[in-house]
Design a protein around this ligand. Structure first.
Ligand SMILES: Cc1cc2nc3c(=O)[nH]c(=O)nc-3n(C[C@H](O)[C@H](O)[C@H](O)COP(=O)(O)OP(=O)(O)OC[C@H]3O[C@@H](n4cnc5c(N)ncnc54)[C@H](O)[C@@H]3O)c2cc1C
Length: 283
């Protein structure tokens, strides 16, 4: 309890038996959830709770069994502007950062704006869409590693497709954008957003369940193996985009996982390729 009081004094909210709801719409309860509300509080939380699970917007994480302690970064918000560079706190929403960039006529985030979740979560998974990913605009990240704050430059983050080797808790990310025409940025954002709405399911999901298989969307193989529309309880392979598992109303995390495993092994059997999870699974 002394540690909790110390963290609260530093600027953390501590919530006990805290419900954590993902964008898939299912909720688990963490015994203790720590919400840092400023940079110093986040540093202290990361140092004090080294074994805690770190979460952003929970838009890409399936929690089957919550660990005792989680650090929820989504209240660590703020953007500091310096010319074409934006320093974004890790809990800021990716969409919020993209809107901010648009207001300043800074180009580089147009395709990323529609991706749910936080900037920290996006960096951790090198999120991207329509040919643009976080690695294209990241200069460096400030991270708590082995109890110390370290600045890690892009070349040392080992970015690859939907992957990045972040060695600790991300506090903030420096993004390098390009001055451009605000109206053109707005128009491009509108086009990407419309494409997203036209191709992705409207129901709750965690985004694409599996990574691309080479250059081919895993949705192609899932459909080929006959799983489009297949359901386990309230979890269903989307009829609109087979890469997504959606919640039709009452799905649990276990339903999602059972269905994802069924699809994974089915695609392996029928198509001879093994899909790799894009989502993070906490067992
Ligand atoms: C409808 C929908 C559409 C989507 N479309 C796309 C898309 O087009 N492209 C794409 O790439 N993704 C997409 N996603 C997936 C998801 O939105 C992104 O991966 C997003 O960037 C995850 O951010 P988050 O904050 O929700 O991360 P979370 O799910 O909370 O966490 C993801 C991972 O990052 C780690 N993490 C989070 N914050 C931190 C931190 N501060 N420090 C260290 N580690 C951290 C977590 O431990 C976890 O391993 C989509 C999801 C949905 C629901």
């Amino acid at each position: 309890m002394a540690r909790d009081a110390y963290l609260e004094k530093a600027g953390c909210d501590i919530r006990y038996n805290c419900p954590l709801t993902s964008t898939f719409g299912c909720t688990c309860v963490a015994e203790k959830a720590i919400f840092p509300r400023n940079f110093t509080a986040a540093v202290k939380a990361a140092k004090e709770c080294e074994d805690a699970l770190v979460l952003g917007g929970i838009s890409n994480t399936l929690i089957l069994n919550p660990p005792k302690e989680v650090i929820c970064m989504r209240e660590l918000k703020g953007i500091i502007e310096g010319g074409a560079d934006l320093y974004v706190m890790s809990g800021e929403s990716l969409n919020g950062a993209a809107r901010w960039a648009r207001m300043r006529a800074l180009s580089g985030m147009e395709q990323l704006g529609g991706i749910p979740g936080t900037v920290g979560g996006a960096l951790a998974g090198n999120s991207g869409c329509y040919g643009r990913q976080m690695s294209d605009i990241t200069l460096y990240a400030d991270v708590v590693k082995d109890g110390r704050v370290e600045r890690i430059y892009a070349k040392d983050l080992n970015f690859s497709y939907r992957s990045c080797s972040v060695p600790g808790v991300i506090l903030g990310v420096m993004l390098r954008l390009t001055p451009s025409d605000g109206d053109r940025i707005e128009e491009n954002m509108r086009v990407w957003q419309a494409m997203r709405a036209a191709t992705q399911p409207g129901r709750p999901s965690l985004g694409c369940t599996f990574k691309k298989c080479g250059e081919v969307s895993c949705a192609y193989y899932i459909e080929k193996a006959g799983y489009k529309g297949y359901a386990i309880q309230g979890a269903q392979v989307s009829e609109k985009h087979a890469g997504f598992i959606v919640n039709t109303g009452t799905a649990t995390a276990a339903n999602y996982y059972d269905l994802a495993e069924k699809v994974r092994t089915g695609v392996e059997k029928f198509c001879g390729i093994t899909p790799e999870y894009e989502i993070n699974i906490i067992k």
